[in-house]
Design a protein around this ligand. Sequence first.
Ligand code: RIB
Length: 306
Amino acid sequence: MDKILVIGSTNTDLVATVKCFPKAGETITGKSFLQTMGGKGANQALAAHKSGGDVKFITCLGRDANGQNALSYYNDQGVDVSLSLIVDDAPTGTAIILVDENGENCIVITPGANKMLTSDYLFKVEKAIIESDIVVLQMEIPYDTVNTVCELAHKHNKRVMLNVAPACHCSENLMKKIDILLVNETEAETISGEKIEISGKEAVIDKLLAMGVKSVVLTLGEKGCLLKNKEQVLYIPAFKAEALDTTSAGDTFCGALAAQLSKGHDWKDALTFATAASAICVTRMGAQPSIPSEKEVIEFLSNYHH
Ligand code: RIB
């Protein structure tokens, strides 16, 4: 089995469920409150781990109560975070999340310590990249750090999976180092500069492939996902699910996909598994409490009738 290295953010998620999102200047009463572990990096690391992957996670935490909680949570879950950085001069990242009655969310992140996961630190732990096979990244740590990791991973012939979330512009130089680009429609439009509604999904994917990415996985929410690379175009429909909270559905997809590919599954099986994992995730509240285990996904797949 290939070794997965996830490098990215940790957040403490403060989640309020609401009837609908407030307008500017408005105070509304929430229906419930939940504090959970989150952060796109941490969610993806846990999803890969719970999907049976061999995972190491490098993150940056503040020396505070939230950082301590995160460390003991990772230890309880069995995620190796021994190479993570703990800093004195920034708090652990937080995310304030509102979830409405349709399960849609609004998120405000305050990066805190996530901003301090710098290129300099990643050079110090280059050995972890050398010892891995697949490196998984997202954009809640500095762009410069993501760029450095991609260069190091590329130099050492590692497979790089980049989830460009939150959406941001990416240089062609960065795109050339990416083996698997995982994006939703907004992220694909931001990077390509094209509108899906005008150019169509495949044309936007083609533009990303022309930037040097080897494979593009475009996630389409409740419509499923679309993979394109030199060898194939593959559409996987979504599984029907009653959405309670869509938070971390994309992260669950990403981590589960990395784990399945690390075990040598082909694209069709790996994407089907990841699609099922995110379908389970949206039926539960919170980021990390929603991430299913490999066993749950296998059971879901064997019981599901299209
Ligand atoms: O993708 C979901 C995550 O985004 C949440 O866990 C929150 O921490 C934000 O980073």
